[in-house]
Design a protein around this ligand. Structure first.
Ligand SMILES: Nc1ncnc2c1ncn2[C@@H]1O[C@H](COP(=O)(O)OP(=O)(O)OP(=O)(O)O)[C@@H](O)[C@H]1O
Ligand SMILES: Cc1ncsc1CCO
Length: 364
């Protein structure tokens, strides 16, 4: 490859469409130890995509289940004592089996039980950490957390901390927001698009974690993915031409693919929705209708990449909206919410581009 590996997406890496085809040809079994609020929505999201969910968070059997699962989600939204113990079992079992697992540190920062658990689990080296910007910053030791389950930071502002976290765990770190940022510690992939309606349905981020677990399960041990491509050490670093593709880089790319699939389905659902209720239903429909051959699921359709050594430079580079590039879909106009919204104007937190800075796209 003549080009610096940090600024290219290798054409040999599976596209979102190819990854989706592989997922559907052999549906991954995804164990979700997740919060009580989002269990059904999460299971439905996985089913709609083509994966097979199982919400086994029972102490004494969660570890047994993790030994046969394709991927595992550990989400700290409602971390009761028994579930916390089940999480320990599942993580130990997943690590022993080499099964990818995703940590979603929901609302950590000020809350002691989940914050302590998140740091305990971080030391077990999650394949992917997925959270909103405040959650990722808190896990990286660079922030005090958000407002409950909502972020008070932008993904761009916490990118440097996220990259440090990725280098420490040797995995990928994914930050959701108006545009999603995913890093392996060396470079950052930006996924454009999506829909603000995802923030108005509970579990928009939590279910995304399960989709990341599904794609990591499909792609981490994918034989069709060439092993010797530029860029990547064990920790995801840039080892140069011909070096083995690191686990961290694979994890970050699997997470990027998951975010791209999610983003396309959300945009299409938003176009067919009147509000959060119809959006949630349409989103499940659109996930199931995703077509692997759709040009919107090619590499360049919404994914851009930049080096992360200099986080400021990376934030600048990725601030260029790739949707203006040839072959990309026009950004979807989010319809105004026709319902009164408790007399307040909803402003997406942490917006630095796209819908977040366009007042015409506010939900009122
Ligand atoms: N302003 C926005 N515009 C478009 N998409 C958005 C916006 N904010 C978030 N999203 C999308 O919503 C999804 C969930 O991200 P979010 O940051 O809300 O997660 P979260 O806070 O962890 O969610 P939760 O804890 O409610 O499950 C992601 O797919 C993200 O891309
Ligand atoms: C609302 C809520 N409370 C704890 S977890 C959760 C789901 C969204 O994160």
């Amino acid at each position: 490859m003549g080009t610096h590996p940090c600024t290219t997406i290798d054409p040999q890496w599976p596209t979102p469409g190819q990854a989706l085809a592989r997922l559907r040809s052999a549906p991954p079994l995804i164990q979700c130890l997740t919060n009580t609020v989002v269990q059904q929505f999460t299971a439905n999201v996985l089913l709609a995509l083509g994966a097979s969910p199982a919400m086994d968070d029972t102490e004494g059997e969660a570890g047994v289940f993790a030994s046969i699962a394709t991927g595992v989600l550990v989400n700290l939204g409602t971390p009761h004592a028994e579930e916390a113990q089940a999480m320990r079992e599942a993580i130990a079992s997943a690590n022993a089996a080499g099964t990818p697992w995703v940590l979603d540190p929901v609302a950590i920062g000020a809350l002691p039980v989940r914050t302590s658990l998140a740091h305990e689990f971080r030391a077990a080296r999650p394949t992917v950490v997925r959270g909103n910007a405040s959650e990722v910053a808190a896990l990286a030791g660079a922030g005090a957390g958000g407002r409950g389950t909502d972020t008070t930071d932008s993904p761009e502002a916490v990118l440097g901390a996220a990259a440090g976290l990725a280098r420490e765990t040797g995995g990928g770190v994914a930050i959701s927001g108006p545009a999603d940022l995913i890093t392996d510690g060396e470079r950052v992939w930006r996924v454009a698009g999506g829909s603000e309606w995802l923030t108005r349905v509970t579990g928009g981020g939590c279910a995304l974690g399960s989709v990341v677990a599904a794609l990591a399960g499909v792609l981490m041990h994918d034989d069709a993915w060439p092993a010797g491509v530029p860029g990547g050490t064990e920790a995801g670093g840039d080892a140069g031409e011909g070096a083995p593709l690191g686990a961290g880089t694979r994890a970050a790319w699997a997470a990027t693919v998951a975010h791209a699939l999610y983003s396309v389905a959300a945009e299409r659902a938003a176009a067919a929705s009147r509000g959060p209720g119809s959006f949630a239903v349409a989103f499940l429909d659109e996930l199931s209708l995703l077509d692997p051959a759709d040009p919107a699921l090619a590499h360049g359709a919404r994914i851009t990449v930049a080096p992360v050594e200099d986080a400021e430079h990376a934030a600048e580079a990725i601030a260029v909206d790739p949707r203006t590039a040839a072959g990309n879909p026009a950004p979807h106009e989010i319809p105004a919410n026709p319902l009164p919204h408790h007399g307040r104007t909803y402003r997406p937190t942490g917006a630095s581009n796209g819908a977040g800075t366009d007042p015409s796209k506010e939900l009122r």
